[in-house]
Design a protein around this ligand. Structure first.
Ligand code: DSN
Length: 436
C-alpha cells in the first residue's frame, strides 16, 4: 500500500505541474510549448521501441512504421534547413554537440569558443563535452559591449595560434556570431567551423536570422525545442562531402547514443510540419515581441542590455539587475509571483558570480506561441516592474492574465480553432477535440 501512496503522490505532483505551468508566464529562453496534437502523440507504442541505425537499415525487426516516419521527417527537414545531410537521431542538443565534437576534436587540439560569461554553452567548455577531448580551450575576443565576437582580434589570434576547431553559437544569444566574416579564414587555415544553433534554430528556419550553413559554417548542431518548437531532441545538419559526413554519422550512432527515443521523434515530426506551415510568421513575431519587451522594461526603469544595438536580434533579452538584488534574488521573487526565467552571467561578470550574477535572461518564444504580441509584452513589463521595483505581490494577476492565453498558436490546434470558429456547439477547445 505504501507504494500506491507514492504513486499517487507522483501523479498529484505531475498534475500540479501541469496546472501551475499553465498559469505562469514562462520566459525561460531555452524552452517552448508543443501543440496539443504534437504532445498527445507522445506516449504511443513507439515509447517502448528500439530502432538503431537508419530507416531501411536497422539492427532490429519491427521498425517498418518508424522507418517511414523518420525518412519522411528527414526529407522535409532537409528542405526546411536547406542542407544536404541531416541526422535527427541525437536525443538532445548536447548529444548532437558531442556526436560532432567526438569526431572533430582530437586530444590536445586547440578549440575556440564563446566564454561562459560571453554566453557560451556548458558543453563547449572544460567541464562539458569539449573538455572530454581536449583541455586547450580558448575564448573568442569580444567587442567592448560584450555581446559580439571581435572579428579583427579573432583573425589576429588565429594568425598566431593553431586553432583546429571553432565553435560558434551560445546560450546568452542576443546577436548572431559572424560566420560570413570568419568562414573564409577557417577555410584558409583548415579550421572546422561548427555552429551551435540550439537557441536559434527556429529563427534561422523562420528566416529572421542568417543561415550559418549558407554563410560557410561546416556543420550546424541544434536542439529542437527552444525557438524551434518541437519535442526535446537534437539535430545535426551539413552540406559537407559524403565521406566527411560519414564520420558524423558514426558520431551520432553508435558513439553518442544507441536507441533514439522514437516517441519524441514522432512528436518532432508533427511539430516540424507545424513549423513548415507557420514558422516564418511565428519567427517574425518572436523578434517583434523581444524588442517590444525590451523597450517596455527600459521605459519602466530596468537596465536592459545592448540598447545601442536595439537590444536584440533574437528571442532573448538580457537585463542587468545588479542594483535590484542581483539575478538570483530577482529570478526567485519573480518565480514566487508566477513569472519564470533564469539568472544569468552578463559578459562583464567575473565567473565567481555564477551563483548570483548581475543579470536575468528573458526569452519570449513560448509566450509568443501562446498568441502574445507587443501589447502583452507591455503588460508583462508592467507586472515585472510592480513586482521587482514596487515590491508588490502580482502572482494572482499573472494567473488571471495567463488564463486568456491557453491555446498554442502557429499550430494545427490553432488552425482548427480558426476553422470552426463560430460554428454551432463549439465554444471551447474541449468541444473541438470532442467533435474532431
Ligand atoms: N542550458 C540551456 C540554456 O538554458 O541555454 C541549454 O542547454
Amino acid at each position: 500500500m505504501q507504494y500506491i501512496r507514492n504513486v499517487e503522490r507522483i501523479e498529484r505532483l505531475v498534475d500540479k505541474q501541469n496546472r501551475w505551468r499553465n498559469e505562469t508566464i514562462n520566459l525561460i529562453a531555452s524552452e517552448n510549448a508543443m501543440s496539443k496534437r504534437a504532445r498527445e502523440i507522445m506516449g504511443s507504442d513507439f515509447c517502448h521501441r528500439y530502432a538503431e541505425g537508419h530507416p531501411g537499415e536497422r539492427y532490429y525487426q519491427g521498425t517498418e512504421l518508424i522507418d517511414e516516419i523518420e525518412a519522411r521527417i528527414k526529407q522535409h527537414l532537409k528542405s526546411l534547413f536547406n542542407c544536404k545531410h541531416i541526422d535527427v537521431r541525437p536525443i538532445s542538443g548536447t548529444i548532437a554537440n558531442d556526436a560532432v565534437f567526438s569526431r572533430f576534436i582530437d586530444c590536445n587540439d586547440i578549440v575556440i569558443v564563446n566564454s561562459t560569461s560571453g554566453g557560451g554553452h556548458i558543453s563547449h567548455h572544460k567541464h562539458g563535452s569539449v573538455g572530454k577531448y581536449t583541455s586547450n580551450i580558448i575564448n573568442f575576443p569580444l567587442t567592448e559591449d560584450g555581446y559580439h565576437i571581435d572579428v579583427k582580434e579573432t583573425i589576429n589570434l588565429l594568425d598566431k595560434i593553431p586553432v583546429k576547431v571553432m565553435i560558434m553559437g551560445k546560450s546568452l544569444y542576443l546577436f548572431p556570431d559572424p560566420v560570413k566574416e570568419l568562414a573564409p579564414v577557417c577555410n584558409e587555415l583548415g579550421i572546422a567551423l561548427i555552429y551551435d544553433a540550439a537557441h536559434v534554430l527556429g529563427l534561422i528556419a523562420g528566416k529572421v536570422l542568417r543561415d550559418p550553413l549558407k554563410d560557410g559554417a561546416h556543420i550546424l548542431n541544434a536542439s529542437t525545442h527552444k525557438t524551434f518548437f518541437g519535442s526535446q531532441r537534437g539535430v545535426i545538419c551539413s552540406n559537407m562531402s559524403n565521406s566527411d559526413w560519414a564520420k558524423i554519422d558514426k558520431g551520432a550512432f553508435p558513439a553518442s547514443s544507441s536507441n533514439h527515443h522514437l516517441d519524441t521523434l514522432v512528436a518532432l515530426a508533427i511539430s516540424s510540419y507545424e513549423f513548415i506551415v507557420h514558422g516564418e510568421s511565428y519567427a517574425r513575431q518572436v523578434i517583434k515581441n523581444a524588442r517590444a519587451l525590451a523597450k517596455s522594461l527600459e521605459k519602466r526603469g530596468f537596465k536592459v542590455e545592448a540598447k545601442e544595438f536595439n537590444y536584440t536580434e533574437t528571442h532573448q533579452i538580457a537585463v542587468d539587475v545588479s542594483e535590484l538584488g542581483g539575478g538570483d534574488e530577482v529570478s526567485r521573487v519573480l518565480n514566487d509571483n508566477n513569472i519564470i526565467l533564469n539568472m544569468n552571467l552578463l559578459p562583464h561578470d567575473p565567473l565567481d558570480k555564477v551563483t548570483n550574477p548581475s543579470g536575468i535572461r528573458i526569452g519570449v518564444q513560448e509566450m509568443t506561441r501562446f498568441g502574445m504580441k507587443e501589447k502583452e509584452m507591455d503588460i508583462i513589463a508592467d507586472l515585472m516592474k510592480r513586482c521587482i521595483m514596487d515590491g508588490k505581490y502580482i502572482g494572482n494577476e499573472v494567473i488571471d492574465f495567463r488564463k486568456k492565453y491557453q491555446i498554442v498558436h502557429y499550430s494545427f490546434d490553432h488552425d482548427y480553432l480558426e476553422l470552426v470558429n463560430g460554428k454551432e456547439g463549439i465554444k471551447t477547445l474541449s468541444d473541438i477535440i470532442e467533435k474532431a
